[in-house]
Design a protein around this ligand. Structure first.
Ligand SMILES: NC(=O)c1ccc[n+]([C@@H]2O[C@H](COP(=O)([O-])OP(=O)(O)OC[C@H]3O[C@@H](n4cnc5c(N)ncnc54)[C@H](O)[C@@H]3O)[C@@H](O)[C@H]2O)c1
Length: 253
């Protein structure tokens, strides 16, 4: 427990489980008041109940109005929001030629449009209230081609680009915007899709991860970076994409 984020108010979207839950827990342990927002309202409440200063809220980031109302609700209760972690995301597995437009859209709706709404409403509020820190959850797939997840990778590349543009737009308003780009992390998003991925690729995911990353990442490999980016310790960082992948993105072979 530290006081690094004492008196700060944070929102974590997709905070009910996985990376979002770990980040909410780490922000809470650093002294922040954390609103855990998730499409799974019960899950958000459950995660929030495990925090020292947590509150849960149901919010579907695909709905811009719900995100706007979330910002309004939190601001009314606690004053201006200082930290937004735009983390909510989904994945599916399909080759481009067989991917329906509905499947393409469903991933873009959450992973790019949902981040746009979270960044837009948080940044607007922060810019008018002396600043803040926005953290977007991108991925190393935003930098490199990935078979079977073209929609996911395109969304993450878009998130990195949106992050950079938002950082420039709000540079003079004290709003820092940075992206986290994890490699493979052991959450439901990855683990639930192992059989599909393996049968489509014809390789063992364990072997691929061992070869490229050394090991599967854990949520606790990523959460400390979010605390750093949320805090004054990263005061000179903005518009950057921070890779946490055990060296996977650096490798040519
Ligand atoms: N796990 C990985 O290897 C990995 C790697 C790189 C990036 N990421 C990104 O990290 C983020 C979190 O992923 P995770 O691995 O923790 O997944 P997860 O499936 O464990 O958790 C995702 C959370 O997002 C919530 N969510 C889904 N749709 C939502 C919506 N419309 N509105 C609000 N909440 C919604 C889910 O209910 C869930 O609680 C995602 O953006 C994902 O793309 C994950």
């Amino acid at each position: 427990m530290t006081e690094l984020l004492k008196d700060k108010t944070a929102i974590v979207t997709g905070g009910a489980k996985g990376l979002g839950k770990a980040i909410a827990t780490a922000l809470d342990a650093s002294g922040a008041r954390v609103v855990v927002a998730d499409i799974d309202g019960d899950g958000a409440q459950q995660t929030a109940s495990q925090l020292s200063h947590g509150e849960g809220a149901a919010c579907d980031v695909r709905d811009d109005k719900q995100v706007e109302e979330l910002l309004g609700w939190v601001t009314q209760r606690h004053g201006p929001v200082d930290i937004m972690v735009a983390n909510a995301g989904i994945a599916s597995v399909a080759p481009i030629a067989e991917m329906s437009q509905a499947e393409w859209r469903s991933v873009l709706d959450v992973n790019l449009d949902g981040v746009y709404s979270s960044v837009r409403h948080a940044g607007r509020s922060m810019a008018g209230n002396g600043g803040g820190a926005i953290i977007t959850m991108a991925s190393i797939t935003g930098f490199a081609g990935s078979p079977l997840i073209s929609h996911y990778a395109a969304a993450k590349a878009g998130v990195i680009s949106l992050t950079r543009s938002a950082a420039v737009e709000w540079r003079d308003h004290g709003v820092r915007v940075n992206a986290i780009c994890p490699g493979f992390i052991g959450t439901d998003l990855v683990l639930d899709r192992v059989p599909e991925f393996e049968s489509a690729l014809g390789v063992s995911l364990n072997d691929l991860i061992a070869q490229k990353q050394g090991r599967l990442g854990t949520v606790d490999d990523v959460a400390p970076l979010a605390v750093f980016l949320a805090s004054e310790r990263s005061r000179f960082c903005s518009g950057s994409a921070f890779v946490v992948d055990g060296g996977m993105d650096a490798a040519l072979v």
